[in-house]
Design a protein around this ligand. Sequence first.
Ligand code: CU
Length: 303
Amino acid sequence: MLTRNFKNVAVATVFGVLSGCSGGVLDPKGQVGADEKYLIILSTVLMLLVVIPVILLTLYFAWKYRDGREHEVYMPKWSHSKKIEIVVWFIPILIIAILATITWQSTQALDPYKKLTHEKDHLTIEVVSLNWKWLFIYPDQGIASVNEVVFPTGVPVEFKITSDTTMNSFFIPQLGSQIYSMAGMTTKLHLIADEPGSFEGISANYSGAGFTGMKFKAIATPAQSGFDQWVKQRKACDQVLTPASYQALAEPSKNNVVQYYSQVSEGLFQQVVMKYMHDNPDTAHPHSMDHLAQAQPRVEESL
Ligand SMILES: [Cu+2]
């Protein structure tokens, strides 16, 4: 009876702990997220190879050399052990070498700027972080949305990200990789959803009073047709994103509802980026998006 109760409690605990993972980085719904979950688990296990023996040996030595012990050999002149030296040097070096190799390979493989290898073309979505909401512009579809981003399942998405305010961090935990959004710069992130669903999107970088409400839904439609239909619906609404209505949108506001724009004035994203560059003679002339992306140092390098 007692055993069965214990089992129930144990099972409930395990499920309780695991359910805490749903919706986070340990519950990935796309290839990038899945690769990163594997990395997290692999590096944790490698580090536990050191941590667990250290904990066990600490307890063992505390017990072995306890006060009042008998029959231990007393060696006051002891000073060196090849065996111990080998263990304390070789094992950490080996683990660091393995971690370094994995880090090197995975930073190349999971480079957020690198296009995903996929038979389908990338869908481009431009992201602007505002106080305190997210604006998504679909340059090819000519529409925009606030606090909701929609794309088809199984299609790689290229996010081009900037900020019209302080630094934020664009993060959809279940799809993987977060990246900073910064004024006057474009950062890039390539993600894919392998399963349809609605995923939480957040800013992973505190940006002031309305920060807690600065959330968005990332919706992966089951098929391309679902996305096309969503675009069609957005085209039907009557709000238009012009430089003037953008100015109104960019005013600080908290806990924003989802909004849609059926049209977006051409090059708005680029204008937002360039807004912060006018004092720099090197960048004062108009740039094409691609030129801009190439000319900028990458975020990692510039930090
Ligand atoms: Cu130039």
